[in-house]
Design a protein around this ligand. Structure first.
Ligand SMILES: C[S@@+](CC[C@H](N)C(=O)[O-])C[C@H]1O[C@@H](n2cnc3c(N)ncnc32)[C@H](O)[C@@H]1O
Length: 315
C-alpha cells in the first residue's frame, strides 16, 4: 500500500530559514502569505511569530502538501491552507476582504518529500511513473509529453527549460525508441537518455531533462511571471517580498522584475522626459542574491543552488 508523507517519515529541511525570517521582518498582528507552503517548514516558523491577531495564508498546488500541513502544523484559526496555484492568491485575499498583506514568500520548485516519492515521478534516481504533476488539476503529464510531442517540440523544451546541449540527440533517441513501445517510467526515460550521453555527463543531463519536463508539465515559469506581474499591488507599503529560486531561469525573472519595479519609469532611454509616469515601487534589499553557507549545503544538499532575493514595497 502507498504510504503518505508522514508514514514515510521523510525529513524536509527548510532552505535559508533564518534569512527568510530576517527579510520578512514579521510583525505579530500582520498578514502573511506563503505561496508554496510544501511540507510547511518555513510556514511553521512564520506562524510561530504571529499572535491571534495575525493571519496566515499557505498555498500549494499539491493536495498531498496541504494534507500534510493540515495534520502537522499546529491547528489555528488564523491559518488558512489552500490547494491552488500561488498566482491565484488575489482570489483568496478577496474572499477574506483583505486588500494587501504584510509579507509574501515563495520557495519555488519542489520539496524533498515530492522528490523522494517515486510514485510522483520527479526523480531519475528511483523508478516511477512519468508523471511530475504538482497538482492533479494539471491535464498534461511527463508521459504525454515524452510519448506524444514531436521531435522539434521536445528539443525546444530541453533546450529552453533545461539549457541542455544534447537536446537534439535526446529528442531523436526518444522518438526512435517510442516507436517500439511507450516510454512509461522514469527508468525507461533514463535508459533512453543513457544511450546517447557520455557516462561522465549523464547525471547533469538527467537533472536538466527532468527539470525541463517538470517546468513544462506545471507551467512553472508562467505561474512565476503571472505572480511577479501582480504581487506589488497586494503588498502594504513598507512590506516585504522574499523569493527563493533554484535555477537561473527563475532567478533571472525575479531579478529583472525587482529591477523594473525599483526603477519605475519604463520609457525608452531615447525619451529625455518620462512619459509613462511610473514611479519606483520596490526597494531591493538584496543587491546580490543571498546564498546558503557551506555548512547549510553540507547539511542539506538541496540548498546548494538556492538564491534568495528580497524587496520592500516603497510607501
Ligand atoms: C520547495 S517546496 C516548498 C518548501 C517549503 N518552503 C518548506 O520549507 O517546507 C515548493 C512547493 O511549491 C509547490 N508549488 C510549485 N509550484 C506551485 C504553484 N504554481 N502554486 C503553488 N504551489 C506550487 C510545490 O508543490 C512544492 O510543494
Amino acid at each position: 500500500m502507498k504510504k503518505n508523507w508522514q508514514q514515510q517519515n521523510i525529513y524536509h529541511s527548510p532552505v535559508l530559514l533564518s534569512q527568510v525570517i530576517h527579510f520578512l521582518n514579521i510583525t505579530k498582528e500582520g498578514t502573511y502569505l506563503d505561496g508554496t507552503i510544501g511540507p510547511g517548514g518555513h510556514a511553521r516558523v512564520i506562524l510561530s511569530r504571529l499572535s491571534s491577531e495575525g493571519i496566515f495564508f499557505g498555498l500549494d498546488r499539491d493536495e498531498e502538501a496541504i494534507r500534510f500541513c493540515k495534520s502537522t502544523l499546529p491547528a489555528s484559526s488564523i491559518c488558512h491552507l489552500i490547494c491552488d496555484t500561488y498566482h491565484n492568491f488575489p482570489l483568496y485575499l478577496a474572499k477574506y476582504k483583505i486588500k494587501a498583506v504584510d509579507g509574501m514568500f515563495l520557495d519555488l520548485g519542489l520539496s524533498s518529500l515530492q522528490l523522494d516519492s517515486p510514485n510522483r515521478g520527479f526523480s531519475y534516481r528511483t523508478d516511477g511513473p512519468l508523471d511530475m504533476r504538482f497538482g492533479t488539476d494539471t491535464k498534461i503529464t511527463a508521459r504525454i509529453i515524452i510519448n506524444e510531442w514531436d521531435k522539434t517540440d521536445l528539443k525546444k523544451i530541453f533546450r529552453n527549460y533545461g539549457e541542455e546541449r544534447y537536446s537534439g540527440q535526446i529528442a531523436t533517441a526518444i522518438v526512435k525508441n517510442r516507436k517500439n513501445r511507450q516510454v512509461q517510467t522514469t527508468g525507461d526515460l533514463k535508459e533512453i537518455i543513457s544511450t546517447v550521453i557520455p557516462k561522465m555527463k549523464i547525471t547533469k543531463t538527467l537533472s536538466r531533462i527532468f527539470q525541463a519536463l517538470r517546468l513544462t508539465v506545471n507551467r512553472e515559469l508562467e505561474s512565476l511571471e503571472f505572480f511577479l506581474d501582480t504581487f506589488i499591488e497586494f503588498l502594504k507599503p513598507g512590506s516585504r517580498i522574499v523569493v527563493i529560486s533554484y535555477h537561473s531561469l527563475e532567478d533571472r525573472k525575479v531579478k529583472q522584475k525587482f529591477k523594473e519595479l525599483e526603477k519605475g519609469c519604463v520609457c525608452p532611454p531615447t525619451i529625455p522626459i518620462c512619459q509613462c509616469g511610473k514611479k519606483p515601487s520596490l526597494k531591493i534589499l538584496t543587491k546580490k542574491p543571498v546564498i546558503p553557507t557551506q555548512d547549510e549545503i553540507t547539511r542539506n544538499k538541496r540548498a546548494r543552488s538556492a538564491k534568495l532575493r528580497a524587496g520592500e514595497k516603497i510607501s
